[in-house]
Design a protein around this ligand. Structure first.
Ligand code: TYD
Length: 211
């Protein structure tokens, strides 16, 4: 089973993935958690290129290709082999991030991005994408308050950019509601976790048999 987590920066994806992984493991499942961009040696190298604050000249198309190069690598090296071994894969962001950020946020053409994503993934898509729903301004506030000083080039965007990204996610969800679960992520983390588990039970009965 392949599940991605999507949402604005600062929506708490990392925490929720960890909580869900613990929950599934306690129920006896083998679980792999990973993230995009990154998750492989090559992907982590690409991640450094993408996040580097010095790379102010990076062209939007170069950025898009780098995200998808990292994606092609993680699909081939990590995700497909894990799924073949019946491991549940939880991924912090996947191709929907490219549609939301590069497509709606940076206003690149969606149809072109869809072709590129299909090439990078060989058509692999998550069985379920969990959208952690938080107003963009709240996400930015949380992100800037982070103690780890993890500020990077991709965080340096205007609020209007994040609003377009949010609008984009809502369109993606409206187009394919069966592929998404929307969870209100403004609440305390344990309540959000509870809703994530419930969403899984509703959407993926095969997975929830072992919950
Ligand atoms: P990351 O440090 O992983 O933060 P977050 O907690 O927000 O996930 O940064 C990833 C950034 O890359 C984030 O701003 C979203 C962006 N991104 C894209 O623009 N396109 C993509 O395809 C992916 C996977 C991420």
């Amino acid at each position: 089973m392949f599940i991605s987590f999507e949402g604005s920066d600062g929506s708490g994806k990392t925490t929720q993935i960890q909580l869900l992984a613990d929950h599934l493991r306690a129920a006896g499942r083998s679980v792999l958690t990973t993230r995009e961009p990154g998750g492989t040696r090559i992907g982590d190298g690409i991640r450094q290129l993408l996040l580097d604050l010095a790379h102010t000249e990076m062209h939007a198309r170069a950025e898009t290709l780098l995200f998808n190069a990292a994606r092609a690598q993680i699909v081939a090296e990590v995700i497909r082999p894990a799924l073949a071994a019946r491991i549940t894969v939880l991924c912090d962001r996947f191709a929907d991030s490219t549609l939301a950020y590069q497509g709606y946020g940076h206003q690149q053409e969606i149809a072109e991005l869809e072709r590129l994503i299909a090439y990078a993934t060989g058509g692999l898509r998550p069985h379920l994408a969990i959208y952690l729903d938080i107003p963009p301004a709240e996400g930015i506030r949380r992100n800037r308050g982070r103690a780890d000083g993890d500020w990077n080039r991709l965080d340096a965007q205007e609020l209007s950019f994040y609003q377009r990204v949010e609008t984009g996610y809502r369109q993606l969800i409206a187009q394919e509601p069966e592929r998404w679960a929307v969870v209100d992520a403004t609440r305390p983390r344990d309540e959000v976790h509870h809703d994530v588990v419930q969403a899984l039970q509703r959407k993926l009965p095969a997975l929830s048999q072992s919950l």
